[in-house]
Design a protein around this ligand. Structure first.
Ligand code: ADP
Ligand code: MG
Length: 384
């Protein structure tokens, strides 16, 4: 077959211009909502695809988690993660469309996590999204993963109508960030962790205690029957800043375990049967939660936030939710468990708002593994 006979199978590019400017409000009924975005997420160890209508209504939301694959390493193994993404991502996307009873022609845009995350994982999702955009003519929307976590809260009915500013605490395996959201797409980064992320601290301490990966749920479970006051642990408040630090707490846990079982210093295996696991888990969890709650509620008060959004994997923690609700000066919103950890519905939701703002991306965009969300004004915001 000669090149001249090749068929250009691309659909003509569709623009974002036809999209109605208004989002669903009180005057529009759910049935009238029309803007449909396919979301794709592959920034870490979840391969996910979802279809969301008008930024609110989840038509499908599939997650192929690799957690069991990485469990034996006690954390995500980047090379293994990207290989698994390649194996499953096209099937996950097709299944998400099938579940929504839609085809590419029924969609308005394809949104994909562009960063931050593991470069080798991000590239799998972005390349697939580019392929879909090219073949179907759909506009491409490169989404910030942290922004997507924030938009997991926009999927909740009780969050609306949203009045800004909203204070966002993103607590996940890779991030601990306090962000002031002043409008859609307008973020001010108040502070972040200087070392370990909150979820990372949960994972590392769980490994230290011989608990399963991911560590957050394992520690929460163990802590249920423990006494938080059994051990005194440090709380790094970093007064005068909105930043966090969890590495000191992690070291304190290591010292504590070494004190309880000195033989592990000589390389002997940990004897978990002789450790007060529930008390250790409860004391650690309480130390993390106290810092998160104090800083987030202080910031919510300082910046007169109308709502406090807590998102990311650690927001699944029930003790954190309860403590935050008690301390915060405004309503606290947390996603349902299935939307706390990485998923594509939140990517699609963020994409809906980007589509409305007509912020499509060119097909030659690259992944941004270190993409920060929001500007840090004045070289770091100081607490009063
Ligand atoms: P990332 O986007 O950085 O991969 P996720 O949003 O997927 O992170 O969240 C995963 C993190 O959330 C892990 O570090 C895990 O330990 C933590 N996590 C999950 N559930 C809980 C829980 N119930 N309590 C505390 N941490 C949790
Ligand atoms: Mg994850």
């Amino acid at each position: 077959m000669k090149e001249a006979d090749w068929k250009d199978a691309r659909a003509p590019p569709r623009s974002l211009e036809h999209i109605a400017v208004t989002m669903p409000g009180p005057k529009r009924k759910l049935e009238d909502r029309k803007l449909r975005v396919l979301g794709i997420e592959s920034s870490c160890d979840e391969t996910a695809a979802a279809v969301v209508e008008d930024g609110r209504r989840i038509l499908s939301n599939l997650i192929a988690s690799q957690a069991s694959l990485h469990a034996k390493y006690g954390g995500v193994f980047p090379e293994v993660a990207s290989r698994r993404h390649v194996e499953v991502i096209d099937r996950v996307v097709v299944a998400a469309l099938e579940q929504a009873h839609l085809s590419f022609e029924d969609l308005d845009a394809v949104a994909v996590t562009r960063g931050p995350g593991l470069a080798g994982s991000l590239v799998i999702g972005l390349n697939l999204a580019k392929g879909i955009a090219l073949a179907s003519g759909l506009p491409l929307l490169g989404i910030n993963h942290l922004e997507a976590h924030i938009y997991s809260l926009f999927l909740l009915e009780e969050t609306h109508p949203v009045q800004f500013p909203v204070l966002c605490l993103i607590v996940s395996g890779g991030h601990t960030e306090l962000i002031l959201m002043r409008d859609h797409g307008d973020y001010r980064r108040l502070g972040a962790t200087l070392d370990d992320a909150a979820g990372e601290a949960f994972d590392k301490v769980a490994r230290l205690l011989g608990l399963t990966y991911p560590g957050g749920p394992a520690i929460e479970q163990a802590a249920r029957s423990g006494r938080a006051e059994a051990f005194r642990l440090p709380r790094a408040m970093l007064e005068g800043t909105w930043d966090f630090s969890f590495s000191g707490l992690k070291t304190a846990m290591l010292r504590l375990v070494q004190r309880l079982q000195p033989e592990i210093r000589e390389g002997k295996p940990l004897n978990t049967a002789h450790l007060p696991l529930p008390d250790l888990a409860a004391a650690f969890q309480a130390a993390v939660i106290e810092v998160l709650v104090r800083k987030a509620s202080l910031a919510a008060r300082e910046f007169q936030a109308t709502q406090l959004f807590v998102a990311g994997g650690v927001s699944a923690n029930q003790s954190l939710r309860t403590a935050m609700e008690q301390a915060a000066p405004c309503p606290v919103r947390t996603p349902p468990a299935e939307l706390c950890t990485d998923n594509a519905a939140m990517v699609a939701a963020a994409g809906c708002y980007r589509a409305l703002a007509r912020q499509g991306d060119a097909l030659d965009i690259d992944v941004l593994p270190d993409w920060a969300l929001g500007v840090t004004e004045g070289g770091g915001i100081r607490q009063p």
